[in-house]
Design a protein around this ligand. Structure first.
Ligand code: GMT
Length: 368
């Protein structure tokens, strides 16, 4: 098939899922066209079957806000016609599904251009629920030819918040278990915690510093903070205030987290909301147990006490207690690590999830 994919190209779960999906589809023989304002960070441009089309947003003094949504729609329609696309697949509803709807109408006289919208989380739980975006988000979801969400939780939230009555299919996030794998020698790595996020307040990165401060004395642990965003400065200051700055390394944005994760012992995911928790899945595939919060769709991935631990939001004492257990009890760590890898391999690997998208594409195209 010839598939157009649109996503946010920067660091963020939805863009990562869209990019990995596109590359997996190309590896299966599909022709994939990424349409966005910048080259998606994880996209390997050398891959056979992968194309990238940049959206240029012309500015003018009259525009207080350059109309990206329109430029994107026009580019989608142009690429669809030039490359005879079978469908568009947009990730994150706002504004991508609205642009796809416009592109569909622009191309309608010549060709049918169905589009699939994948909901990722904050497009529903935070941004989409804002009064100024509410109606258009609901409208563009209902107008989509296929809608998926990354967890059952997010399906329920979408129905609850927006009252949409179109079918929404749960297709969980996935991980390439060959690329994301435990360190070769199987040896314990030491006492290293890792946090991977875009450092937005919803991720509560400061909680990671509080957790480290509670375990550092007994364990001598260190913490790798991977990513960047608005909370980074606060996290750095807090590490200094709590006297653990020497034990925290801020690595900034990283393109190859699959090389960092296997070097850690525990992943910290203390988020306030999480529709799925891709960072936890990637860690689990590497055999790194997650200590996460019991929010949103995380429990669809992590089974408490089996392949990771789930604690309440903001309960840094509880999270620190779990980290202590994992860092001081080698048998427990090994058991949870093995189970985490097994969960990733048997429930969320690419071989299981990508065919679900292919089936949906075939259905949506055949519906015409
Ligand atoms: O908030 C983020 O972490 C980024 C956001 C995004 O859309 O870029 O992530 C969401 O999508 C990820 C991929 O599907 C999910 O794993 C995350 O749980 C979800 N984030 C939230 O719901 C906060």
């Amino acid at each position: 098939m010839k598939i157009g994919i649109t996503c946010y190209p920067t660091y963020g779960g939805s863009g990562i899922v869209a990019t990995e999906l596109g590359m997996e589809l190309a590896a299966r023989g599909h022709q994939v066209h990424f349409i966005s304002y910048a080259h998606p960070i994880r996209l390997n441009p050398e891959l056979e079957g992968v194309h990238y089309h940049e959206v240029e947003v012309a500015n003018y003094p009259l525009f207080a806000y350059p109309p990206y949504c329109l430029a994107l729609a026009a580019r989608m329609a142009e690429v669809a016609e030039s490359y005879q696309l079978d469908l568009l697949h947009v990730h994150y509803a706002i504004p991508h599904s609205v642009s796809a709807l416009l592109a569909q109408q622009m191309t309608a006289p010549k060709r049918r251009l169905p589009f699939v919208t994948t909901l990722h989380g904050t497009d529903i739980t935070l941004v989409g629920a804002e009064p100024s975006y509410f109606n258009i988000t609901r409208f563009s979801i209902e107008q989509s030819d296929g809608v998926t969400a990354v967890s059952r939780y997010l399906v329920d939230r979408t129905v609850e918040v927006f009252g949409v009555n179109c079918p929404i299919e749960t297709i969980h996030n996935f991980v390439n278990c060959e690329q994301y794998a435990p360190a070769g020698d199987g040896a314990r790595r030491g006492k290293r915690l890792i946090h991977v996020s875009n450092f937005r307040p919803v991720k509560r990165p400061l909680d990671c510093i509080h957790v480290l401060a509670r375990v550092v004395k007994e364990t001598g642990a260190e913490l790798w903070m991977v990513g960047d965003g608005p909370e980074r400065g606060h996290a750095e200051r807090l590490a200094h205030e709590l006297g653990v700055d020497e034990r925290v390394k801020f690595l900034g944005k990283q393109d190859h987290v699959e090389r960092l994760l296997p070097q850690a012992d525990v992943l910290l995911l203390p988020s306030e909301h999480e529709a799925f928790g891709l960072a936890a899945l990637e860690a689990m595939a590497c055999g790194v147990p997650p200590v996460a919060t019991r929010v949103g769709g995380v429990a669809e991935l992590v089974t408490h006490g089996v392949d990771g631990f789930l604690e309440p939001v903001g309960d840094v004492e509880g999270q620190a207690a779990r980290v202590m257990e994992l860092l001081t009890d080698a048998a427990l760590h090994q058991r949870i690590s093995n189970a985490a890898r097994e969960t990733a391999r048997t429930r969320f690997c690419t071989e299981l999830i990508i065919p679900r998208y292919e089936q949906l594409y075939r259905r949506v195209v055949a519906a015409g």
